[in-house]
Write a protein that binds this ligand. Structure first.
Ligand SMILES: *Cc1c(COP(=O)(O)O)cnc(C)c1O
Length: 420
């Protein structure tokens, strides 16, 4: 039995993963900070860009630039072709059923706000509830709180345990016919917890609720198939996926998007405008008012092509091994406590060191060329749950190495010796 599965395990092992080849393709990784080689471990905040993405954006501006969907001249047609080809790239990447289900936005935050205003607010019934978890990013908390204040939506919160795992039974208790939407992260940016998404989606559907997945962290670390998940909405950003800032995606099931009113009004989202009445454009353009981030969308397609060539399955296996290595190394440091120890975990290491303030640690690490994030990671409720106001967070991407982890550990040891 064990023999039968061994070849699969071997094929996905990091030894087959040519990390140095990939690293070479990220120009920003090859520089010195404070006279030391940069060790970039802030990928949860944003990722560096491969040369292919930089080239795609530059080439667009240098050769093909014009506005989209507007002109019959050659450049406008080229720009439109590249823009719409990017939509197909995204569709395949997340396995959406049709192009109409892929809406370009400015990022995860806008994607969630679109659902908040167009789906939830516009269809709100008295007593409606939205369920989120304790470990959501602020951008999947505050839009719902705003609706709570403005129109009386009720926000319910799934609690977690001391490992940072969702309490599934408590989640089931919150579900009721009043639940309009479950808005849940796939991978916590503060703790690294992977949520049991499929089971949660099925349970939410059983009471007639819809599900919005915050995929901002997950999208760069695991394969995502929106049809297999059967989620109703899925949101992610380009910049955490090795692509430009200011661009993101909202996936939505077509029947839902069709029934939703526009989110913003302007050019592109209309068919006919008159003061007697305006006819809205078809999907996906109904939700893309105004001139979009054309270069960003083209860069996003290039970033997706890049990770697809490597393979998200390969990336996940490599990062999993690296996370285990880093967890063991960090745990061995005296006084260091890892915050977020879920069984199902990816890419994030949040920690605290006794007697050391996270921001002092961040500064001393930067002086040694090591970039991490310190603070509340836009997840203050989860910080409060663990009784801390800040943690240090090292977050991995597939271009990180064991040498990066060793450099992190050395830098932490030096910082501790200076601060305690
Ligand atoms: C980064 C992040 C967001 C917000 O993404 P933006 O790109 O800032 O809109 C939302 N949720 C999670 C889990 C994140 O990590």
């Amino acid at each position: 039995m064990n023999n039968a599965i061994e070849p699969i395990t071997k094929a996905t092992m990091h030894s087959e993963f040519d990390v140095n080849r990939y690293r070479a393709e990220f120009p920003a990784l090859h520089q010195e900070i404070s006279g030391r080689p940069l060790v970039y471990l802030d990928n949860g905040a944003s990722t560096q860009k491969p040369q292919a993405v930089i080239d795609a954006v530059e080439s667009f501006y240098a050769h093909d630039y014009a506005n989209v969907h507007r002109g019959i001249h050659t450049l406008s047609q080229r720009a439109t072709d590249l823009f719409e080809a990017a939509r197909e790239t995204v569709r395949q990447f997340i396995n959406a059923a049709s192009l109409e289900e892929v809406i370009f936005t400015s990022g995860t935050t806008e994607s969630i706000n679109l659902v908040a205003h167009s789906f939830v607010r516009a269809n709100l019934q008295p007593g409606d509830e939205v369920i989120v978890s304790m470990m959501e990013h602020h951008s999947n908390i505050v839009p719902w709180q705003l609706l709570e204040q403005q129109v009386g939506l009720k926000v319910r919160v799934i609690p977690i345990n001391e490992h940072g795992e969702l309490l599934f039974d408590e989640f089931l208790k919150l579900l009721s016919p009043k639940t309009k939407l479950l808005a849940i992260t796939q991978l916590s940016n503060a703790l690294g917890t992977i949520t049991p998404l499929k089971a949660m989606i099925d349970a939410a559907h059983d009471v007639g609720a819809k599900v919005l997945v915050d995929g901002a962290q997950a999208i760069a670390h695991m394969e995502v198939d929106v049809q297999a998940l059967d989620c109703d909405f899925y949101a992610f950003s380009g910049h955490k996926l090795f692509s430009p800032t200011g661009v993101g995606v909202l996936y939505g099931k077509r029947a839902l998007l069709d029934a939703m009113p526009p989110y913003q009004g302007g050019g592109e989202m209309i068919k006919v405008v008159s003061f007697e009445g305006t006819e809205f454009n078809e999907l996906p353009h109904k939700f893309e008012a105004g001139t979009p981030n054309i270069a960003g969308v083209i860069g996003l397609a290039s970033g997706i092509d890049y990770v697809t060539q490597i393979g998200l399955g390969q990336i996940a296996a490599y990062e999993h091994a690296l996370l285990e290595y880093a967890t063991a190394k960090l745990s061995a440091i005296d006084g260091l406590r890892i915050i977020g120890t879920a069984k199902d975990k990816a890419s994030i290491l949040s920690f605290q060191i006794a007697g050391v303030h996270a921001s002092d640690l961040g500064t001393l690490l930067d002086h040694q060329g090591v970039a991490i994030r310190v603070g509340h990671h836009c997840a203050m409720p989860v910080m409060a749950f663990f009784g801390v106001d800040a943690t240090a967070r090292a977050s991995l991407a597939f271009y990180n190495t064991r040498e990066d982890i060793d450099a992190l550990v050395d830098a932490i040891q030096k910082a501790i010796s200076m601060l305690t």
